[in-house]
Design a protein around this ligand. Structure first.
Ligand SMILES: [Zn+2]
Length: 269
């Protein structure tokens, strides 16, 4: 982990949790070099510089699946422990890239309700709770929100990541000014959608758009796959993952109040 910024950071902006998602890394490098009028201590962190240098998602373990980490574990487990210690009492934004979704969206974990409140104020159209699906993400540690910008590796993603970081720094009063207004809807990410064996894959549906039962949502070597149940696709793409298309999701709510009620109820139940 490389940290630059003030000695006593109160907020943290992280890129490079996944070493091959260069948008967040470029955004962190630009923010470190920018002449920012910071009103609070901010740490700008590149989480896994060795993986960034190698151009790989990770070296030993997927860093975003091993939080809160293990100081005696492998390379990423140790990193996770260090990052968790840094961020557990600080408000944190973590920048990711995707292969599937050009519109940025936020990821949170329902066990940490303040994450929901923060994510709902970020300039993203969708907030996704990934409880029960992607455990061990950075959202296991303190008040941290992840933003997915796409498409991975492009200048467009770097600019989107930088814009999200500026909005975040304004929301937490680290920079003067107001963040753009937000009015997201809320989803829960559910089971992965498996890819049957094949050579060529196509996806016929749009992420976050309702898919009714009976819809041909994808094709494998020209053979259509039909949805048994309705769902909302999340992170779906033909070639983003080797073994899954992405995830089936459900829409929880269109307002923060209603999302809070639903998520808190499920968390207690
Ligand atoms: Zn990532």
């Amino acid at each position: 982990m490389t940290i630059r910024g003030s000695r006593e950071p109160e907020v943290v902006v992280v890129g490079g949790v996944h070493g091959d998602e260069t948008g967040g890394v470029r955004a962190i490098r630009r923010l470190r070099e920018a002449d920012l009028d910071l009103h609070r201590g901010v740490a700008f962190v590149i989480a896994n510089p060795d993986a960034v240098d190698a151009g790989k998602r990770y070296l030993d373990s997927d860093l975003n699946r091993v939080f809160p980490g293990n100081p005696a574990g492998d390379r990423e487990e140790q990193l996770a422990a260090q990052i968790c210690e840094l961020i557990q009492d600080r408000t944190t934004l973590s920048l990711h890239g995707t292969r599937s979704q050009p519109t940025p969206f936020a990821l949170i974990h329902r066990s940490q309700p303040p994450q929901l409140d923060l994510a709902a104020r970020m300039p993203v159209p969708h907030v996704v709770d990934h409880w029960g699906v992607n455990e061990g993400a950075i959202t296991s540690c303190g008040l941290s929100v992840e933003i997915e910008v796409g498409p991975q590796g492009t200048e467009e993603a770097a600019v989107a990541a930088e814009n999200q970081a500026y909005a975040f720094l304004k929301l937490v009063d680290a920079l003067p000014g107001d963040a753009p207004a937000a009015d997201p809807d809320f989803f829960h990410m559910a089971d992965p959608i498996r890819k049957p064996p094949g050579i060529s894959y196509e996806v016929h549906v749009e992420n976050f758009e309702s898919v009714p039962a009976g819809t041909a949502y994808a094709s494998v070597d020209g053979q259509e796959l039909i949805a048994d149940d309705p769902f909302h696709p999340i992170l779906m793409s033909a070639d983003g993952y080797s073994d899954i298309f992405g995830y089936g999701g459900t829409k929880i709510a269109e307002s923060l109040e209603s999302a809070q009620q639903t998520l808190l109820k499920t968390e207690r139940g």
